[in-house]
Write a protein that binds this ligand. Structure first.
Ligand code: 13P
Ligand code: ZN
Length: 272
């Protein structure tokens, strides 16, 4: 079967197009990866051409033998659906979790995203904490959440409380809250580690003055999480820009009844 004809590949490309349409991917901004299921990899393996093993730059023993579809470094999201083999590729992690090789795509000398270490470190954490369900990792540069990272204190509690409080269904979409990573060098091991620590308990994190990082079980939920966080950041900025104090708000008790109605548990530290 041709890789481009599989549902997972089409879902990946559609999500990339949607992200570009939202204005979250100027130039080569952002990156996306999908942990391919064993049975999905099996049916397309005949198109794989193994290249040489390379060091990942970190150890991810929890991902030995896994295959990932990942955007290429320096590639523009607006070109993904037009030139998938140029902008995307599939990599395989070796049996020690310390090396990877390109097996498909990345024609014209492309390589995986400069955030490869962060993607793999975080896939490893999410695979463990979700017992294998989490498969998608998405990094984008949405304007309003970036703007908010200059206005709000860089604390998980503040971001979660403010975003929940400005749009009623936020706690239903991200009941665990969101984390905040201080400014760190893009593509660095430090950024990967700081994010991975937060992914033990959250599904998304703000990268201060840079963008957002979101994870999920499929393309719909990961895209939806990014979309919801960015939309609520936009509403918050509008409310702040109106130059008026809030005349009413969603109270802690109202959040508790929302949690009861939807069967979710909301950490009290985000309600104070
Ligand atoms: P890449 O083009 O290497 O994926 O980098 C884009 C980016 O957003 C880095 O944070
Ligand atoms: Zn970035």
């Amino acid at each position: 079967m041709l890789i481009q004809e599989t549902e997972w590949f089409k879902g990946f490309v559609r999500m990339a197009d949607d992200g570009y349409g939202m204005g979250w991917h100027e130039c080569n901004g952002g990156n996306l990866s999908y942990r391919i299921r064993e049975e999905e990899a099996e049916v397309v393996k005949e198109s794989f051409k193994n290249r040489e093993w390379k060091d990942i730059g970190t150890n991810v023993p929890g991902l030995c033998g896994e295959f990932f579809l990942i955007t290429g470094s320096g590639k523009f999201f607006r070109n993904i659906s037009l030139m998938p083999e140029d902008t995307l590729g599939i990599i395989e992690v070796d049996s020690t979790g310390s090396r990877y090789r390109l097996v498909w795509g990345y024609v014209n000398g492309a390589v995986p995203t400069s955030e490869l270490i962060t993607h793999l470190m975080n896939h490893q954490v999410k695979k463990r904490v979700t017992e294998g369900r989490s498969r998608v990792i998405y990094h984008a540069h949405p304007s309003d959440i970036i703007a908010l990272s200059f206005i709000l204190p860089l604390e998980d509690e503040v971001f979660t409380r403010e975003l929940w409080g400005i749009m009623t269904e936020c706690p239903i979409v991200f009941p665990k809250g969101i984390g905040v990573v201080p400014w760190l060098v893009p593509g660095s091991v430090e950024l990967g580690k700081a994010t991975a620590k937060l992914m033990e308990k959250y599904d998304a994190a703000v990268w201060a003055h840079h963008g957002m990082f979101a994870t999920g079980e499929d393309f719909d939920h990961t895209f939806g999480l990014m979309h919801t966080i960015e939309k609520s950041a936009g509403i918050l900025i509008r409310q702040m820009s109106a130059g008026r104090e809030k005349l009413s708000c969603i109270t802690a008790d109202q959040f508790r009844s929302l949690a009861d109605r939807y069967g979710i548990s909301l950490d009290e530290r985000f309600l104070q």
